[in-house]
Design a protein around this ligand. Structure first.
Ligand SMILES: Cc1cc2nc3c(=O)[nH]c(=O)nc-3n(C[C@H](O)[C@H](O)[C@H](O)COP(=O)(O)OP(=O)(O)OC[C@H]3O[C@@H](n4cnc5c(N)ncnc54)[C@H](O)[C@@H]3O)c2cc1C
Ligand code: FES
Length: 256
């Protein structure tokens, strides 16, 4: 695994919506290695917060040695990152995790929910096949939807019905009769499970990215394990570390 710990320089920091920020960060080595679906661990200045905060790579701009992250302020760590200005630097380790393997044959369905939407943008950009993107939001604050429209057909579901289908991403997929040969998804765990079930019923593979809480981020602490269907001959279970064997898994391999 290539892991690089170094400083990234903030190029821009824009508030997309209250509490949601889009930040470009410059660092050649991290950008050169970055793949869609991977994440970067950010270290905070506040010494009481030792653990890094993982944020997914939203876009990669190799020409300018920079990557983009889009994040929601969830607590003090992401709040500190949201207050960085252009020219500031932040210590980071990355790129981490396995990332998505883009399949370019047939039709692909990308399904994102809430703050699981950003990592699908670079994937949508890189996939060179027929793409449908289904994005799920709570309300009319549909961040990044217009950017996805540059690369794919976009369908929207909102919980309050203010935009697109009223309900969840799975309601939207059903109502629009979306057909695909592969599914890639990122979002809250209940959404991923429902998307995986739908894909299984349709007999197509679903790749899900699990953005669960993490600690070390580099495979050392076992703080992020998920059970898989593989069996270890000694313990009769086989766990995978989300930070290193994931965050992207073929849903059928998980025992969740
Ligand atoms: C692989 C990975 C990729 C991620 N990518 C993104 C991203 O692209 N954009 C983004 O906004 N967030 C992303 N997250 C979530 C992000 O890491 C957390 O929101 C952040 O670490 C919270 O830190 P904090 O100090 O601000 O809040 P804390 O004070 O640590 O937590 C505040 C609240 O958020 C909850 N929380 C913390 N981490 C998570 C988590 N992983 N999932 C759900 N709830 C959590 C806590 O339970 C608590 O209620 C990702 C997480 C992982 C594991
Ligand atoms: S977070 Fe430590 S092993 Fe994954």
């Amino acid at each position: 695994m290539n892991i690089i710990r170094q400083r990234m320089t903030v190029v821009s920091n824009d508030c997309l919506q209250p509490g949601i920020f889009s930040m470009w960060l410059k660092n050649r080595a991290i950008t050169e290695l970055a793949k869609p679906g991977q994440f970067i661990d950010f270290y905070l200045k506040d010494p009481s917060r030792l653990l890094p905060r993982p944020i997914s790579i939203c876009e990669i701009d190799r020409e300018n040695d920079r990557v983009r992250i889009v994040f929601r302020v969830a607590g003090a760590g992401t709040d500190e990152i949201a207050h960085l200005d252009p020219g500031d630097t932040i210590e980071a380790v990355g790129p981490l995790g396995n990332g998505y393997k883009p399949q370019n044959d047939g039709a692909v369905l990308l399904v994102g929910g809430g703050i699981g939407i950003p990592p699908l943008l670079e994937l949508a950009k890189q996939l060179k096949c027929k793409k449908t993107v289904v994005l799920g939001y709570r309300d009319e604050n549909t961040f990044l939807a217009d950017e996805f429209r540059q690369y794919a057909d976009v369908l929207i579901a909102t919980e309050d019905g203010s935009v697109g289908t009223k309900g969840f991403v799975t309601d939207c997929i059903e109502q629009n009769d979306v057909e695909a040969n592969y599914v890639y998804s990122c979002g809250p765990m209940p959404m991923l499970k429902n998307v995986a079930k739908m894909a299984q019923e349709a007999g197509i593979p679903a790749y899900v990215s699990l953005e669960e809480r993490m600690a070390c981020g580099i495979g050392a602490c076992l703080g992020c394990i998920v059970k898989t269907k593989e069996k270890d001959s000694h313990t009769n279970v086989k766990n995978a570390r989300i930070c290193t064997e994931g965050p992207v898994f073929l849903a059928d391999t998980l025992d969740w």
